[in-house]
Write a protein that binds this ligand. Structure first.
Ligand SMILES: Cc1cc2nc3c(=O)[nH]c(=O)nc-3n(C[C@H](O)[C@H](O)[C@H](O)COP(=O)(O)OP(=O)(O)OC[C@H]3O[C@@H](n4cnc5c(N)ncnc54)[C@H](O)[C@@H]3O)c2cc1C
Ligand code: HEM
Length: 391
C-alpha cells in the first residue's frame, strides 16, 4: 500500500471548516491505520473473506481474479475514511463516487456488509489498540461516508454507465494509442474531468481515463492511453482494442476545471505525459469561446519522444493567438523548448502570481510542481489539481 499510488501527500488545501470531533476522529483513524499498514495484504484478505461471507452475492461485483488488485476497494476506503476531517472537499467527491458505484451494481445492503467487514478486519489486526474511541472514530466516519454515497446514488436518475462504440484506434507513439468512441446518449462530462472505463477484453476491471476532447453534440469522445508496463487494462487498450468494440463508460468525475468561469485571469497549465489529456479537453473547450484568457502551457516529458501531443498543440497554437506552448524535456532537446524538470522550467520562466494554475500528471510531478509554485509565491487557492484521484 504505497502513499505514491494513493496520493496521500499532495499539498493540503487551507483547512476547511471542520469540527473538533472530525479532527479527533481523523487523527485516531490515521494513527490506528498506521499500526496495521505493514500487514495491509493480510488485512485485505481478511476483509474480502468477511465481506463475501456477509454478502456472497457481492463476489460477482469484483474481478474474477482478486489477486490482480486485491486491495483496490480496501485501499480506497481507507484513503477516503482518513479524509473525514475535510468534509467540504469530501462531499463533492463522495457524491461522484456514489453515483459512479452504480456501475458495479452495488446495493444498499452491500454498504452495511462492507462497513461490518472493515470493522471486523481492523479489530482483528489492531488487537489491543482497538479501543472504544478508535471504534467510534472508524464507525462514524464510515457511516458518514457511506450515507453520502448512498444518498447521491439514490438521487441520480441518469444511466449507471454509457455504452460507447470504438470508431478509431491508432498509435500516437510506441506506447500510446488514441481511441475515439461514440456514445448514443451524450456523456455529461466537464472539460478536464475523467470517467471510468471498462473494455470487453478486461471485464470488471474499470480504469479511469480523461477525455482529451471537450464534450460535443455528436457524442464523440477521444482518449489517449499509455500502455503501463505490466498493466492489465492499458496494455489491452493499446495493443488489442479495435473498431467495433463496445466499451462501458461510468458517470463523469473530476474536480480539475478552469477556476471561476467569469474569472478572466491568465491561465498557466502544466502537464506531464498523458496528464496532458484533461488539459487538451479544456483547450478544446476554450477554443470555442469568443473571448479567452491568455494560456501558457508547459508540456513535459523525460525525452522528446514522450511529448506525443506536441504537434497537435503547436497546430492549435498557430490558430489560437491566446495560446503559448513550451515543451520541456529532461534529456534531449526540443526546438523552442526548455531543458530540466517541469517544476524548474515553469518557475524559471515567470512569476505566475496573477495566473490561475492547472496541474496534471503523476502524483510526484504534481507535488514537485506545486511545491515550487508555492515557494515562488503563487497562492494555493489559485492552483487546481485533482486532489482525490485514487488509482
Ligand atoms: C483521474 C485519472 C485519470 C487518468 N487518465 C488517464 C488517461 O487519460 N490516459 C491513461 O493512459 N491513463 C490514465 N490514468 C491511469 C489509468 O487509470 C490506469 O491506472 C493505467 O492505465 C494503468 O492501468 P492498468 O490496468 O494498465 O495497470 P494495473 O494492472 O492497474 O497496474 C499494473 C502495474 O502498473 C503500475 N501502474 C499503474 N498505473 C500506473 C501509471 N499511471 N504509471 C506507471 N505505473 C503504473 C501499478 O502500480 C502496477 O504495478 C488515469 C488515472 C486517474 C486516476
Ligand atoms: C462506502 C464506502 C466506499 C468507498 C469510499 C468506496 C470507494 C471506492 C473507490 C475509490 C474505488 C476505486 C475506484 C474505482 O474502481 O471506481 C472502489 C472500487 C470498488 N468498489 Fe467501492 N467504495 C465504497 C463502498 C463499496 C461497496 C459497499 C461496494 C459493494 C460491495 C463497493 C464495490 C466496489 C468495487 C466492486 C470496486 C472495484 C474493485 C476492483 O476493481 O477491484 N464499494 N471503491
Amino acid at each position: 500500500m504505497s502513499s505514491e499510488s494513493l496520493k496521500y501527500d499532495l499539498p493540503a488545501r487551507p483547512a476547511p471548516a471542520t469540527s473538533a470531533r472530525g479532527t479527533e476522529h481523523a487523527r485516531l483513524i490515521r494513527e490506528s491505520f498506521a499500526l496495521v499498514e505493514p500487514k495491509a495484504e493480510e488485512l485485505a484478505q481478511y476483509f474480502y473473506g468477511a465481506l463475501f461471507v456477509l454478502a456472497p452475492d457481492a463476489r460477482d461485483l469484483f474481478p474474477v481474479s482478486m489477486t490482480i488488485q486485491r486491495s483496490r476497494l480496501l485501499r480506497a476506503l481507507v484513503y477516503v475514511v482518513q479524509m473525514v476531517d475535510r468534509p467540504d472537499e469530501l462531499v463533492t467527491f463522495l457524491g461522484q463516487l456514489g453515483r459512479d458505484h452504480r456501475k458495479f451494481d452495488v446495493l444498499t445492503r452491500h454498504y452495511d456488509a462492507v462497513g461490518t467487514a472493515l470493522v471486523s478486519a481492523l479489530k482483528r489486526f489492531l488487537k489491543d489498540a482497538w479501543t472504544p474511541e478508535v471504534e467510534t472514530a472508524w464507525t462514524s466516519a464510515y457511516g458518514l461516508i457511506s450515507e453520502t454515497m448512498r444518498k447521491a446514488a439514490a438521487a441520480e436518475t441518469g444511466p449507471a454507465w454509457w455504452p460507447a462504440t470504438v470508431l478509431e484506434h491508432r498509435k500516437l507513439s510506441r506506447d500510446i494509442a488514441l481511441v475515439r468512441v461514440r456514445t448514443e446518449q451524450l456523456l455529461p462530462y466537464r472539460p478536464g474531468g475523467y470517467v471510468s472505463v471498462e473494455i470487453p477484453q478486461r471485464p470488471r476491471l474499470w480504469r479511469y481515463l480523461s477525455p482529451a476532447t471537450a464534450p460535443r453534440d455528436d457524442g464523440l469522445v477521444t482518449f489517449h492511453v499509455r500502455s503501463v508496463p505490466g498493466g492489465w487494462v492499458s496494455r489491452a487498450i493499446v495493443n488489442h482494442a479495435r473498431a467495433g468494440d463496445v466499451w462501458r463508460l461510468g458517470p463523469p468525475l473530476g474536480a480539475l476545471s478552469v477556476l471561476p468561469a467569469a474569472d478572466q485571469r491568465p491561465l498557466l497549465m502544466i502537464a506531464g505525459g498523458t496528464g496532458i489529456t484533461p488539459l487538451l479537453s479544456i483547450l478544446d473547450d476554450l477554443s470555442r469561446w469568443k473571448r479567452n484568457p491568455p494560456v501558457h502551457l508547459f508540456f513535459g516529458g523525460r525525452r522528446p519522444g514522450d511529448l506525443y501531443a506536441l504537434d497537435e498543440l503547436r497546430r492549435l497554437a498557430v490558430t489560437s493567438p491566446w495560446l503559448t506552448v513550451t515543451p520541456v524535456t529532461e534529456e534531449g532537446a526540443v526546438s523552442g523548448g526548455d531543458r530540466g524538470t517541469l517544476a524548474a522550467a515553469v518557475t524559471q520562466r515567470g512569476k505566475w502570481k496573477k495566473h490561475n494554475v492547472l496541474v496534471s500528471g503523476s502524483p510526484s510531478m504534481i507535488r514537485a510542481t506545486i511545491a515550487k509554485l508555492l515557494a515562488a509565491g503563487v497562492d494555493l487557492e489559485r492552483i487546481s489539481y485533482d486532489p482525490f484521484t485514487i488509482d
